[in-house]
Design a protein around this ligand. Sequence first.
Ligand code: IPM
Ligand code: MN
Length: 399
Amino acid sequence: MTEEQIKKASQHFENLVREQLERVERMKSEPDWTDFSSLEKIIIGACSGDGIGPAITEAAIIVLKFLLDSQIKSGKVEIRRIDGLTIENRVKVMKAIPDDVLAELKACHTILKGPTTTPWKGNKYGWPNIESANVSMRRELDLFANVRPVRVPEKNIDWMFYRENTEGAYVLGSQGVDVSDDLAIDFKVITNQGSDRIIRAAFEYAKKNKINKVTVVTKANVVKKTDGKFLSVAEQVAKEYPEVEWDDWYIDIMTAKLIDPARQSSFKVITAPNLYGDIVTDEAAQIQGGLGTAGAANIGKIYSMFEAVHGSALKMVDDGRERFADPTSMIKATSMLLNHIGFSDQSVMLDKALDICSQYEKKMVVTGRDTGVTGEKMAEYIIETIKDPDLEKKWQSYQ
Ligand code: IPM
Ligand code: MN
């Protein structure tokens, strides 16, 4: 019996190694970045997800349509709805992303994505423990950079996280083995190519924005092979950016230093393998005011996807409160999308309006229940703020 178990586990491992070696080869012949300015028409897929997803995506679409009104009318931009990425549909076909939905996603140039429910073991809804749609989409569309900005002006915090998004503890997260009833093994994958492209993206961002500091987060003193590789690739890449200083921290002390008032504002651009990036960006979002305030860009060379950092909040739907869900994170994601596809003026205006509406003026607030306004009302408030010819002046007055 034991011999058989060992053989089965070894065979499984062999298959994974083969797949990963093939992935490395694919990465070696990666295409160049999409040039949005050369596209005749940009197709934005609006994928509403499930839970509170449809409600907050709808609010974001209202804002997006307003900002790209003339481009939509002239046919330069199309907003295409993709509604099939629900937990019910995914469970029906037992796939993280149903094939038809994946094909629809791949027919777009960029995607605005609402949260999607990630089932967990023993959930009360009776869903099988299928793979997360997020993890699958990041892998299928090769969205290797998870870019998450966090700003807290009064604490002088201006962080930009470059979380690796396609490898680490996640890429085989659903392909571990139960060797026996007593022994479970998961796998963590780090490659030269995967590390190089994310670390390079972080350094490029720093260089382009004249930021003199990149911080690399690992646990390379303990997890020696994979984290060790990420760190040594960082050393190599850093040599190509002599104008950018860099340092490295271990994930445990990093989580402490992010809340250390004496140290926190010294971090600027931070890059980390997948799971550590997941952890520190939740922590950072909380420092900013909560997960509802954070948006994330998932960027690859061909595709890109923009989303809220938080989940689908099924509890709110169970209570019938989804209309009152905070769409700020999705609207923040919309601003990142606009910037990525070349509409930086619209993105800047939206950021300013978001600052005014949710941090300074706060004429309306969303509380997640009927003590506050609906997400749709919030979107209208943001649009009114953008329309104000004195937007810039108003924003300046709060600085
Ligand atoms: C995030 C989320 C996802 C992740 C979950 C939903 C799989 O927490 O985007 O950070 O862990 O990456
Ligand atoms: Mn997370």
